[in-house]
Design a protein around this ligand. Structure first.
Ligand SMILES: [Zn+2]
Length: 260
């Protein structure tokens, strides 16, 4: 019933030591049947392909997206990224890509250069783009406009920017996705953005292994826990979880051009 639009399976398994078995049983327990696995390197994408069958065998739709994370821009700026295009058939989107000026892992100029490369890659592959914007949302918005993204599929994952930029994003018909942050006590800003977002343009995600929702805060996150974000959102909207899940599924199919 539920979809996790953004998780990092390689990191969840290898860095947090959570087994695939546990991830899958938790997905079943929480009625989560679809996961988008965000791969930030060829190695992560190869890992995705190696575990794909395990998910499919367990009736989980398991999709990959691939792109260079802004924090990794310095590490990848001079390396061969042709593996993304080579895997055109294996990915449903380019992402996560964007700008992150909250952390200081890559200089601004390098991040901007990498984002251009990723936007051009998105246009070439004709895929949706999944955006990571931290303290750089307005610049990303401007760059997408510069490239003429009006009729393209854009999803800002785990949006934590300002309301003004969010309104501009939504006005374009682009989308935002909400993570466990929505359930945190001190999330007034994200809550305000949620209240401004039409249910036709919203998605939910875990960003596993990060940002575990209440009541799991501080623990490693897993895709099954996306249900807690849906629960929280359905309450805010005064909707049944199943109705919200159905709407998000429609959004998902439309956005990724799928039929699940
Ligand atoms: Zn992520």
């Amino acid at each position: 019933m539920f979809i996790d639009t953004h998780a990092h399976i390689f990191m969840t398994v290898t860095e947090r030591d959570i087994s695939l078995e546990d991830i899958i049983s938790e997905l079943h327990e929480n009625q989560v049947d679809t996961v988008v696995d965000i791969c930030g390197s060829e190695h992560e994408l190869e890992y995705h392909k190696s575990v794909e069958e395990t998910f499919l065998k367990n009736n989980i739709n398991f999709y990959a997206a691939a792109g260079i994370h802004p924090q990794e821009s310095s590490n990848f700026i001079d390396s061969d990224i042709s593996w993304i295009a080579k895997n055109k058939e294996n990915i449903i989107a380019v992402g996560e890509v964007g700008l992150d000026f909250f952390y200081d892992f890559s200089p601004k100029e390098i991040q901007l250069k990498m984002l251009r490369k990723m936007i051009e890659q998105t246009i070439e592959l004709q895929k949706p783009i999944l955006i990571h914007g931290r303290c750089g949302e307005a610049l990303i918005f401007d760059m997408l406009n510069e490239y003429g993204f009006d009729d393209k599929k854009v999803l800002f994952h785990c949006y934590t920017g300002d309301l003004e930029t969010a309104e501009k994003i939504l006005k374009k018909g682009w989308n935002v996705s909400f993570s466990g942050i929505l359930t945190f006590k001190k999330s007034a800003d994200v809550l305000e953005i949620f209240n401004h977002t039409s249910i036709n343009n919203m998605f939910f995600e875990t960003d596993s292994p990060f940002l575990a929702p209440v009541p799991f805060r501080g623990k490693p996150n897993t895709p099954g826990k996306v249900r807690y974000v849906y629960d929280f959102a359905a309450n805010l909207l005064n909707m049944k979880q199943a109705d919200l899940a159905k709407q998000v599924r429609e959004n998902f199919n439309k956005f990724f051009n799928l039929n699940i």
